[in-house]
Design a protein around this ligand. Structure first.
Ligand SMILES: NC(=O)c1ccc[n+]([C@@H]2O[C@H](COP(=O)([O-])OP(=O)(O)OC[C@H]3O[C@@H](n4cnc5c(N)ncnc54)[C@H](O)[C@@H]3O)[C@@H](O)[C@H]2O)c1
Length: 428
């Protein structure tokens, strides 16, 4: 292999694009995506995920393409395609299989194929390797080599960027691990951990997210218990958090592409080996039930003060799966909207971060273009703590709500505020 390998990145989403831009500072990099429109937007300097700025894109030497022929002749292929679950929460490996199939047709002797997508242990070697072999006619581990390097970035997080965090790498051979350490190490100041083998690296990634899910489930469960007791989980967490080894997790809906999905990958793997993953699936089930627990509690709180109300007008602030990102994938706010509509509410939704076209296309939701209203709502729900909502003054929040109305604060973002006494305030 050439001393300075040339690299392709397959799948330019939240993970692939920042990686490609950073690696392109040190190597010849070609970024590929099957979505021609994504490539077109990126070529015009626009990243709709908001992870890479326009100047960064324009100044990058990254070559962008949706032509598979342009992947021929490179040394390392890094696959960063989605790994979702289907409607039964079973891993849907279609994108990773298709990407492997495509790369299998163009790899050459000496190439390394690295997977970054989150998977369960065994996917890289037992599923992707054989696809690459079949499509290439080459022998895995002899003619070409596998690697795995899980991605840990967190959309919207400007501190833990791909060039700043420790990267776990694993190669099929010691030489491949060394090559991957050098490649990734050049962009992140050599913050590399070489895992024992590929399955260990796959397992490490999937448990990072499963662990978060279980910890959030615990906090969600205690938040429901404390609701019944009439105490706020946030007050309790603030007090308990003064202990040196108390883990700081916040209650909330678990949406998005990772934490709510990856535990199902681990559970699927466990079941295929004859183990019933009770803790993992119990955490999932608690987190999945959180939206309806919250909707019911907010509705009851509104009805307690306004028993006669039958068709409350409700405004939900936030639609994305978490704060300060435009990502709508697996957002659980849609469950909240469905619950409220079923309870008779007329629901409006506002979100300055979300793309109105995507909201309409994916969920048939027409986002309110601004917070201005001449007709205040019976209930407003602070659902996603975007910075813009944290910055709202108490007066501007009150203006949105009728005097006897409810200000529901799902994430506790306004819990230190004072609101005029005629408003009700609800928080976990
Ligand atoms: N988003 C995150 O914060 C994050 C963090 C860590 C790990 N991960 C994992 O990384 C992987 C990618 O996630 P993401 O958030 O970047 O997904 P994404 O949906 O943002 O991006 C994936 C990209 O791959 C493209 N694609 C799909 N199939 C393809 C194919 N066959 N060939 C080429 N391109 C293809 C899509 O068009 C899309 O642009 C997933 O396994 C995910 O679990 C994501």
């Amino acid at each position: 292999m050439a001393e300075k390998p040339s690299i392709t990145i397959i799948g330019l989403g939240y993970v692939g694009l920042p990686l490609a831009v950073h690696l392109a500072k040190y190597f010849k990099v070609t970024g590929f995506d099957i979505h021609i429109n994504r490539i077109k937007e990126l070529q015009e300097g626009y990243d709709k995920t908001g992870e890479v700025t326009s100047p960064e894109l324009r100044n990058s030497t990254l070559h962008l393409t949706s032509d598979v022929n342009e992947l021929i002749g490179h040394n390392i292929h890094i696959i960063t395609v989605p790994t979702p679950v289907d409607e039964n929460n079973t891993p849907d490996l279609t994108p990773i299989r298709k990407a492997s199939d495509m790369i299998g047709k163009i790899i050459e002797t000496g190439n390394i194929v690295v997977y970054e997508s989150t998977v369960y242990p065994g996917v890289t070697e037992d599923i992707c390797g054989p696809i690459l072999e079949k499509c290439s006619g080459l022998k895995c581990g002899k003619d070409f080599f596998l690697g795995y390097s899980p991605e840990r970035i967190n959309p919207g997080d400007r501190e833990h960027t791909v060039d700043a965090i420790t990267k776990v790498v694993a190669g099929q051979t010691v030489a491949v691990s060394e090559m991957l350490s050098n490649v990734y190490g050049s962009m992140n100041g050599d913050k590399i951990f070489v895992a024992k083998d590929i399955k260990t690296a796959e397992a490490a990634k999937v448990i990072e997210n499963a662990q978060r899910d279980i910890n959030i489930a615990f906090v969600n469960e205690i938040s429901i218990i404390f609701q019944k007791l009439g105490i706020s989980v946030y007050d309790v967490l603030e007090a308990a958090g003064t202990k040196w080894n108390f883990l700081n997790f916040q209650p909330g809906l678990v949406g998005g592409h990772c934490i709510g999905v990856d535990p199902y990958y681990l559970a699927h793997c466990a079941k295929s080996f004859g183990h019933d993953p009770k803790v993992i699936l119990s955490g999932r089930s608690t987190n999945e039930s959180m939206s309806s627990a919250v909707s019911t509690a907010i509705h009851q709180s509104l009805k307690a003060k306004n028993p006669e109300i039958s068709r409350p007008r409700t405004l939900i602030l936030g639609l994305t799966f978490k704060e300060d990102v435009p990502d709508l994938r697996n957002t659980k706010i849609t469950d909240i909207i469905t619950d409220f509509e079923a309870l008779g509410h007329i629901v409006d939704v506002h979100d300055p971060m979300a793309d109105p076209k995507e909201a309409d296309q994916f969920f048939n939701i027409s986002l309110k273009p601004s917070l201005e209203t001449e007709d205040p709502y019976d209930c407003i729900i602070g659902a996603v703590p975007h910075q813009g909502y944290l910055n709202l003054t108490s007066a501007s929040i009150e203006q949105l709500v009728k005097p006897s109305g409810l200000i529901a604060d799902m994430k506790g973002m306004w819990r230190k505020r004072q609101f005029a006494q005629h408003y009700s305030y609800w928080c976990l």
